[in-house]
Design a binder for this molecule. Structure first.
Ligand SMILES: NC(=O)c1ccc[n+]([C@@H]2O[C@H](COP(=O)([O-])OP(=O)(O)OC[C@H]3O[C@@H](n4cnc5c(N)ncnc54)[C@H](O)[C@@H]3O)[C@@H](O)[C@H]2O)c1
Length: 266
């Protein structure tokens, strides 16, 4: 199926690592023009080289801290200028440090709010300006989490912020549907890197053992209906679907779990 993404201008934030890396490579195989915005320039450059080999029409790395509105505006302007607009924004940056709420500090809350939520406001606001200016029938896809739907111990603040992202996408879907702009959220469950080199230095998986032990990964997989944890390509395929006006042109304001059946929302 031709998803109609060839030469489309796609921004992927946090595209250097794990799920974001998988998303960049999936868009590359569709022949898209990709702007990879990541704070880890070295890792982003490695993924950009691979994306060109896999068939991307063009790739530019723009080193960006997505918590900084000025840097985000410059990155979005670079995508608009180099690739003639922005058709797709994938808000992929996110971060968590697992601990019980009573162990967290106000400093940690501020970091979680900045990386998981303010980053999304910065990127979505800046891209909507460009899509509306160019009259682009675009797609905005935000990586949320099943922690936003289920409630999750040790992820109270992160889950609440991801629930905020689900709500943001729904409201923006209502505001911008009249312009042909679609906004959706995709919720991973536990999704682990396939190789150690698939994660960047800033990745929450850089200290893989600090997330879960091998035994815990096995227990998580066993508790899921599909009996396996997620791979970056599982999420990348869902993001391609939500990005493509051919595949999901009548889908907006939705929250899609891609988590092996962890959550089942009717
Ligand atoms: N992997 C999972 O199990 C899982 C589960 C649920 C939800 N998610 C969500 O999926 C998304 C991707 O997760 P992942 O596991 O691939 O993450 P990851 O930590 O491996 O990668 C995040 C990427 O974002 C970049 N980044 C971090 N802070 C940044 C900043 N301020 N500005 C720009 N770039 C920055 C990092 O350099 C890295 O390349 C996140 O939104 C995460 O919350 C992941």
């Amino acid at each position: 199926m031709d998803l109609g993404l060839k030469k489309k201008s796609v921004i992927v934030t946090g595209g250097g690592s794990n799920i974001g890396r998988g998303i960049v490579l999936a868009f590359a195989q569709e022949g898209a023009n990709i702007t990879l915005a990541d704070i880890d320039e070295q890792q982003a450059n490695t993924v950009a080289e691979l994306a060109l080999k896999k068939g991307a029409s063009g790739v530019q790395v723009v080193k960006t801290d997505v918590t900084d509105l000025g840097q985000v505006k410059a990155m979005v302007a670079a995508a608009d200028e180099k690739f003639g607009g922005v058709d797709v924004l994938v808000n992929n940056v996110g971060w968590d440090d697992l601990m019980f709420f009573t162990q967290t500090t106000p400093e940690l809350w501020q970091k979680l709010i900045a990386v998981n939520f303010v980053s999304n406001l910065n990127c979505t606001h800046s891209v909507l300006e460009v899509m509306l200016k160019n009259k682009t029938k675009g797609s905005i896809v935000s990586l949320s989490s099943d922690a936003s739907r289920q409630g999750e111990p040790k992820e109270a603040v992160y889950g609440a912020l991801k629930a905020g992202i689900n709500s943001l996408m729904k409201s923006l879907a209502r505001e911008n549907g009249r312009f042909g702009i679609r906004c959706n959220a995709v919720c991973p469950g536990v999704t682990i890197p396939e190789e150690d080199e698939d994660v960047g230095s800033q990745s929450m998986w850089a200290k893989k053992d600090s997330m879960f032990t091998e035994e815990q990964f096995a227990a998580i997989a066993n508790a899921l209906p599909l009996k396996k944890v997620g791979k970056p390509t599982d999420l990348a395929n869902a993001v391609l679907f939500m990005s493509s006006n051919v595949a999901s042109g009548h889908v907006t304001g939705q929250v899609l779990s891609v988590s092996g059946g962890y959550s089942m929302i009717g």
